[in-house]
Design a protein around this ligand. Structure first.
Ligand code: IPE
Ligand code: IPE
Ligand code: MG
Length: 262
């Protein structure tokens, strides 16, 4: 098939459960403030919600779940909140890895981990190592992650590894060096908390994802809210630059081939 220079080539499949769901878990602070609680109470509850959403993804046979836990820009928050988030990340890793493993889930953490303290980095490495062989769901946590950082670090790796092709790199050359090289591109992107922006999440990878925004705050998100997002996804027509008629012709062709093969 001609690629026309774009690395996003998948033939759209309508009416399926998305294979890869990426979520910006936003609204923890507002959830807490509404209840006259400190912002960090929202983050704490956010971890419980993530545990349930992971389970819901397993039940729905979603293969990849990627969540934005801490952005490159979140260091700008008050130091108390940043250190609470780091401690929460550590305790969540300590408590959840065994459960993830029992459930056949593999854990990956992507982002610039060099800025984290050694103890946190060790926990991340141990969690990734323990769960590496699991196949049921890949849970990727983006921590100290930024989409621009990701593109740049991939370019820097390419420049180091393949300097002879400098000036001739193609889109497909970059993909293996992105922090998310272990993932297909997200099919469905969800942002909770009402903001309609990407906030430097996977800006390269989201090029052709279906975007879904909900006002519901992350601590109030649940399996039903996930189902609403999936229902919206199923109503979309993913055209990847083609026309509706082309998609219909390709669906008819697939149906005919399947019927004649049967
Ligand atoms: C998202 O919730 C969690 C992180 C960014 C770590 P927020 O903390 O951004 O909550 P709001 O947006 O202020 O309500
Ligand atoms: C995005 O949320 C990052 C995470 C959820 C981890 P923010 O709350 O930091 O995004 P902005 O500042 O509203 O764009
Ligand atoms: Mg926010």
């Amino acid at each position: 098939m001609a690629t026309f220079g774009s690395s996003t080539q998948e033939i759209p499949q309508a009416g399926e459960v998305p294979r890869h769901v990426a979520i910006i878990m936003d609204g923890n602070g507002r959830w807490a403030r509404k209840r006259f609680l400190p912002r960090v109470a929202g983050h704490k509850r956010g971890v419980d919600v993530l545990r349930r959403v992971v389970q819901a993804c397993v039940e729905r046979r979603i293969e990849y779940l990627t969540v934005f836990a801490f952005s490159s820009e979140n260091w700008r928050r008050p130091p108390d909140e940043v250190s609470f988030l780091m401690n929460l990340f550590m305790s969540a890793l300590g408590e959840e890895v065994a459960r993830l493993h029992e459930n056949g889930i593999s854990l990956r953490v992507v982002g610039d981990l060099s800025r984290f303290e050694p103890r946190l980095r060790e926990l991340i490495e141990a969690g990734e190592r323990k769960t590496a062989g699991n196949k049921r769901l890949t849970l990727t946590v983006a921590a100290n992650y930024g989409g621009r950082w990701d593109i740049l670090q991939a370019c820097n790796q390419l420049a180091r590894i393949r300097p002879e092709r400098l000036g001739q790199w193609e889109e497909a050359d970059l993909a293996p060096y992105l922090a998310t090289a272990h993932l297909p591109e997200p099919d469905l992107f969800i942002r909770t908390g009402g903001e309609q922006r990407i906030s430097n999440f996977m800006i390269w990878q989201l090029a052709y994802s279906e975007l879904y925004f909900t006002d519901r705050l992350w601590p109030d998100f649940d399996a039903r809210a996930l189902d609403a997002a999936i229902a919206s996804y199923r109503r979309r027509e993913r055209r990847f630059g083609r026309t509706s008629e082309q998609l219909q012709a390709s669906a008819d062709w697939t149906a005919e081939t399947q019927a004649s093969d049967a």
